[in-house]
Design a protein around this ligand. Structure first.
Ligand code: ADP
Ligand code: MG
Length: 621
């Protein structure tokens, strides 16, 4: 039961538990909530419309506008108008430099490993701040429309978003003054809006086709026991309704014999043509001919021509659907439902081709540009405790682990693990009296950490001095439902503890994930032999260390011959170490081991007799 109380200031009903659902889109963003009748509803703040274009404009006087008003500045003030910021969220300059031309605003490349920054006027903004501005606008609209403070939200992200992009989305929410309770995958939200997955009894496999303004993705989800699992995703981050607009604009440019070089200099006209083209595209929902003018430029096109122009693009999305099925190891007949998402699925040809491909009618009953936000509101309602238990589940794309001796990767959570998940392992120190332990967290499939991606590094400090191998350090990885990783390290003997929430180094691309997986396959054989060599070397180094310590501490228990022969074995092992021959190293380890084993027994005997003596003295007293 949601609590209801009266807001004394406004006299309105205060919905204490209100949690809104937010679709933070590349092109458009919007916010939805569950109305008192328990229906999800998009928020339409009086006269402003439902969709808030994801555009931010910075005025000369320091004024900031977001949404429709800002969109107008794309024509008149493009350098100070930021759009498509979602593409930059959680990305490094290295990730985006190949499409710098796409943006009309300035992207800074001061350090290619760092977060992208955007320069507007003489100020710098990062994509988190910019997304935060959009979220703040949505929050304010919701507060205005609902007449109640809104502090909690569920925000959606594409299924292919990686940890750092999800974290960046969370951070953006925080900046906007929102407590982000959950990051939910867009296809999951869309399914929820259609009521798919709400019944914990049902098992279904569904395809969610999302064609937005500038991006396309298709996800195959499996829903079982109210758990959503992403089986695969595919798509193209540079394919969407904008391409349709561009196709129409190019067609007009051609028909009107407009000089392309001249037009390139005229940003304003270019944008005007694009906006007119978008108008034409939308008009085809209810008419088959569009006929208007910009000045003396004829902007005429019929629906058939439009469909011919966009056919190759739509075909591309169908190929992606095919690939998604293949990756999920499924065929068309395995798909129970197809859900349409994104404003561009209003285009009749898109709907037709998707339905034909899957051989079934598609779900398109809910407004495709609202469906994600509506689903997010349902998820918010679930979190508010107003619905039966629905869980959201994803899979980690890459393995997570830590660096162990010799620079080897020790995987703790293997790739494709369902999240949320928790896994751990016990480690120890390698040096006597070691009081600090470095814990370096990596992501990737390779045996060597140098080939993987570093996520974090911290030190467990204050381990009481003990001989090497004595401390017991439990390292636990907790990957929560949002894909955010918490690492806990605890030394069990002393209780010394350290916990770190990974802010993954920003900027991993889908391409990179794919590349990392490919590399792990092509290098599998080399990696195995590299690992074996490193393990041999580590063991040898540990052995050298132990024996040298032994000679220092217990040298008096050995006779001079034993000492010199031990040293000969030691030198032989050190020499083997430098050859990089794993078999030779193992042979020398064995020799040294066999030779020194009796000494260890001698130490034990001495220790025991000392202890006995102590006891007897004690006994006499
Ligand atoms: P995103 O998820 O990328 O933020 P949306 O789902 O809001 O994007 O989709 C925006 C795209 O939908 C734009 O390219 C817009 O032109 C297109 N669109 C909106 N309405 C229609 C329509 N009636 N017909 C065709 N395309 C449309
Ligand atoms: Mg969208």
């Amino acid at each position: 039961m949601a609590k209801v109380s009266i807001n004394l200031a406004t006299g309105s009903i205060q919905k204490e538990n209100i949690i809104v659902g937010i679709d933070l889109g590349t092109t458009n963003s919007l916010v939805a909530f569950i109305d008192p009748d328990k229906n999800p509803k998009v928020i339409n703040d009086t006269g402003k419309g439902v969709l808030v274009p994801s555009v931010v404009h910075f005025g000369a006087a320091g004024d900031i506008t977001v949404g429709n008003e800002a969109k107008g500045f794309l024509i008149t003030d493009p350098q100070n108008t930021v759009f498509s910021v979602k593409r930059l969220l959680g990305r490094s300059y290295a990730d985006v430099k190949n499409y710098q031309n796409f943006f009309s605003y300035k992207i800074i490349d001061d350090d290619s490993e760092n977060l992208v920054k955007i320069k507007v006027g003489d100020k710098f903004y990062n994509p988190i701040e910019l997304s935060g501005l959009i979220l703040k606008e949505l929050k304010e609209r919701a507060e205005h429309a609902l007449k109640t403070p809104v502090n909690r939200a569920v925000i959606t992200v594409p299924a292919y978003f990686n940890d750092s992009q999800r974290q960046a989305t969370r951070d953006a929410g925080k900046l906007a003054g929102l407590d982000v309770l959950r990051i939910v995958n867009e296809p999951t939200a869309a399914s929820l809006a259609y009521g798919i997955g709400l019944n914990p009894e049902e098992t279904k496999t569904i395809a969610v086709y999302d064609l937005g303004g500038g991006t396309f993705d298709v996800s195959i989800l499996q829903i079982q026991n109210g758990i959503f699992e992403v089986l695969s995703t595919n798509g193209d981050t540079f394919l969407g309704g904008d391409d349709f607009d561009r196709a129409i604009a190019d067609y007009w440019i051609d028909k009107n014999n407009i000089d392309k070089a001249e037009l390139a200099k005229n940003r304003e006209l270019t944008q005007e043509l694009r906006l007119k083209a978008e108008e034409a595209k939308k008009a085809f929902a209810h008419q088959s001919l569009f006929n208007e003018k910009i000045g003396d430029i004829w902007c005429t096109i019929d629906r058939n021509t439009f469909e011919e122009l966009i056919l190759p693009k739509v075909q591309q999305t169908i190929t992606a659907c095919q690939n998604a099925l293949k990756d999920a190891k499924l065929t068309i007949t395995d798909i129970d439902e197809v859900v349409m998402v994104g404003g561009s699925t209003r285009t009749a040809l898109v709907k037709k081709m998707v339905a034909e491909f899957f051989g079934r009618p598609v779900h398109d009953g809910i407004n495709p540009d609202e469906v994600v936000a509506l689903g997010a509101a349902i998820q918010a309602d679930v979190l508010a405790g107003n619905r039966s238990d629905i869980l959201l589940l994803d899979v980690t794309p890459l393995s997570l682990g830590i660096e162990t001796m010799g620079g080897l990767m020790d995987t703790i959570i293997p790739r494709n693990s369902k999240i949320p998940t928790k896994a751990g392992r016990q480690y120890t120190t390698s040096k006597d009296g070691q009081v600090n332990m470095k814990i370096a967290v990596y992501q990737g499939e390779r045996d060597l950490i140098s080939e993987n991606r570093k996520l974090a590094e911290f030190e467990l400090k204050g381990i009481p001095a003990m001989p090497a191998g004595f401390p017991k350090v439990d390292i636990n990885f907790i990957l929560n439902a949002d894909g955010i990783l918490k690492i806990q390290a605890i030394e069990l003997r002393s209780g010394v503890k350290q916990e770190v929430e990974v802010k993954p180094a920003y900027g991993i691309t889908d391409d990179l994930v794919e590349q990392m997986l490919m590399d792990s396959i092509t290098h599998a054989k080399d990696d195995v032999s590299a690992r074996m060599l490193i393990e041999a070397k580590t063991e040898a180094e540990q052995m050298v260390y132990t024996v040298e310590r032994f000679l220092e501490k217990n040298g008096q228990l050995l006779n001079p011959d034993e000492i010199s022969e031990t040293k000969i074995h030691l030198e032989a092992l050190k020499a083997a170490l430098s050859t990089g021959d794993k078999d030779l190293i193992h042979a020398k380890i064995d020799e040294l081991n066999n030779f020194t084993r009796p000494f260890a027994e001698r130490v034990m005997d001495v220790a025991i007799s000392t202890a006995m003596k102590g006891k007897s003295i004690d006994g006499e007293e």
